[in-house]
Design a protein around this ligand. Structure first.
Ligand SMILES: CC(C)(COP(=O)(O)OP(=O)(O)OC[C@H]1O[C@@H](n2cnc3c(N)ncnc32)[C@H](O)[C@@H]1OP(=O)(O)O)[C@@H](O)C(=O)NCCC(=O)NCCS
Length: 157
């Protein structure tokens, strides 16, 4: 992705599913199948967005709105496109037009990049889900509330 590429963050389409699954397989320990991602596109409350750089998809997010809360299931940015604000844009777009009161998600304890990413956006580590992942690693529970605190520029909280 060059600096000149315009980045379009938009709802995922069925034709995006192979690229989403490929991004997941490249990064995630527990990537889902194409069929699982395809099923999500029609699931009630699920929000699947992609970052489209024109020549390729460079990231995606899967989140679920539960009343006024948003649970972020998965956020992946292509290795070659990281540290250019793509993750921040995807997260912000997942909030939609009516920003959630609270956003929460789980992250692997060993995932220093993701922990730094969410910390930079004002998320706090509020708990541990013991042995949450299939390989036995703990998850940290992160949340970010909308009310007080500085607005996070570009994210909309
Ligand atoms: C976590 C992830 C989504 C971040 O995406 P990204 O597009 O690189 O993030 P951004 O460019 O929007 O970063 C925003 C800020 O987060 C922080 N940040 C992001 N990655 C960081 C890293 N590796 N180390 C330290 N800080 C980091 C920085 O403050 C950054 O701002 P800066 O680049 O101006 O310093 C990406 O690293 C990724 O896909 N990782 C693998 C999958 C994953 O772990 N997903 C999250 C678990 S759900």
């Amino acid at each position: 992705m060059s600096e000149r590429d315009a980045l379009d963050v938009r709802d995922a389409l069925f034709r995006d599913v192979p690229a989403i699954a490929a991004l997941a397989a490249d990064t995630l320990f527990e990537a889902w199948s194409e069929a699982s991602y395809a099923a999500l596109l029609d699931a009630p409350g699920a929000r699947v967005l992609v970052a489209d750089a024109g020549a390729a998809l460079v990231g995606f997010i899967v989140a679920q709105r539960i009343e006024d809360e948003l649970h972020v299931h998965t956020l992946v940015v292509d290795r070659a496109a990281r540290r250019r604000g793509v993750g921040r844009k995807l997260l912000g777009a997942s909030f939609g037009e009516r920003p959630p009161r609270r956003v929460f998600l789980e992250v692997r304890r060993s995932n220093g990049a993701a922990r730094a990413f969410y910390a930079s956006l004002g998320f706090e580590e509020v708990g541990v889900r013991s042995r949450y992942y299939a390989d036995g690693e703990d998850a940290l529970l992160l949340t970010r509330d909308r009310p007080e605190g500085p607005r996070v520029e570009g994210v909309g909280l």
